[in-house]
Design a protein around this ligand. Structure first.
Ligand code: AR6
Length: 177
């Protein structure tokens, strides 16, 4: 089964097959990691996103919990997988299931594309306000549950931007391994 790693840093710098973007349903870019990925990838990425948006439902090109894949423009990665995490409303509006779905769909899409290494940011833990400890537990559990169904994936990297997420993930991965 694929290895799980945790690092602290900027996901746009990672030389892996695919990096995951914490996008919004419009796929039109935004702030946080989404903004950083679009800036580093260049305008080609937005063009690809808009083509996908045209083909899918115009109201919500990528619903919460779903994922779509594009090329990666000028990034070192080959692909960007855009997924839309839930906004935190207190936890009783399906947030854990939707967040788990983001990680699962990204891995299954990656498997379909023959991707061997994939890096995730801490989806929903910025602007969308998901508590970091709860998000980390759901993320790690979802990845571990899905990896047996994605045998082509050799390496999963959790990229933590801030120290708090890094400590949480380090502890969870140690506990699991
Ligand atoms: N590399 C890795 N992680 C990062 C980076 C980076 N360069 N920059 C920020 N993070 P957020 P969300 C971390 O807000 O909560 C956007 O406007 C950040 O510290 O980017 O899912 C979208 O368009 C945090 O831990 O995403 C949506 O509208 C994590 O990435 C909305 O924000 C996620 O924070 C999505 O909100």
């Amino acid at each position: 089964m694929g290895q799980i790693e945790v690092i602290q840093g900027d996901i746009t710098a990672l030389d892996v097959d695919a990096i995951v973007n914490a996008a919004n349903s419009s796929l039109a870019g935004g702030g946080g990691v989404d903004g950083a990925i679009h800036r580093a990838a260049g305008s080609e990425l937005l063009k690809e996103c808009m083509l996908i948006a045209q083909k899918r439902s115009p109201d919500s090109p990528c619903p919460t919990g779903d994922a779509v894949i594009t090329g990666a423009g000028k990034l070192p990665a080959k692909y960007v997988i855009h997924t839309v995490g839930p906004v935190w409303h207190g936890g009783s509006q399906g947030e854990p299931e939707l967040l788990a779905s983001c990680y699962r769909k990204c891995l299954l899409l990656a498997e379909e594309k023959g991707i061997k290494s994939i890096a995730f940011p801490n989806i929903s833990t910025g602007v969308y306000g998901y508590p970091k400890d709860k998000a980390a537990q759901t993320a790690v559990a979802s990845v571990r549950e899905t990896l047996p169904q994605s045998p082509g994936i050799e390496r999963v990297v959790f990229v933590c931007f801030d120290g708090e997420n890094y400590s949480l993930y380090k502890k969870l991965i140690l506990d699991y391994n």
